[in-house]
Write a protein that binds this ligand. Structure first.
Ligand SMILES: [Zn+2]
Length: 129
């Protein structure tokens, strides 16, 4: 029987955030609506539960964050949870074990894993033309 190890609390929020930023937004975080750069946005809020920074575009008023345009958009995950979900899904870990490690509800996690495991391309960086 595999050992379940709740490592989410051991990961750094900052390094997880930076990994997500580099992986999903290698060209830098931009507005998903108009493409304006982060330098044209302002910090709008920091989400209470996830502690993710939301930015508001100064050009079109769209609110966005590091998860915008990714498979994690709107899922209320902390950066370290998202990193572990990517890692666990790519490695083919069992949904229940992954849910325990990531610390998200098992059903929600299992749904995520089953939906996206065969579609690993969703974990690829966002490509903009
Ligand atoms: Zn915009």
């Amino acid at each position: 029987m595999p050992i379940e190890f709740p490592i989410v609390d051991l990961l750094s929020k900052q390094s997880s955030y930076e990994w997500l930023l580099g992986h999903f937004h290698p060209q830098g975080l931009v507005c998903p609506r108009c493409g304006a750069g982060l330098e044209q946005a302002r910090l709008f809020r920091i989400r209470t539960v996830t502690e993710v920074e939301d930015y508001r575009c100064g050009h079109c008023d769209k609110t966005y964050n590091v998860f915008s345009g990714t498979v994690f958009e709107g899922r209320r995950l902390k950066p370290e949870q998202a990193v572990l979900l990517v890692r666990g899904t790519v490695k083919g870990e069992q949904a229940q074990i992954l849910a325990n490690e990531v610390g998200c509800a098992a059903k929600r996690c299992k749904t995520f894993v089953l939906k996206y495991k065969p579609m690993r391309r969703y974990f690829s960086p966002i490509h903009r033309s």
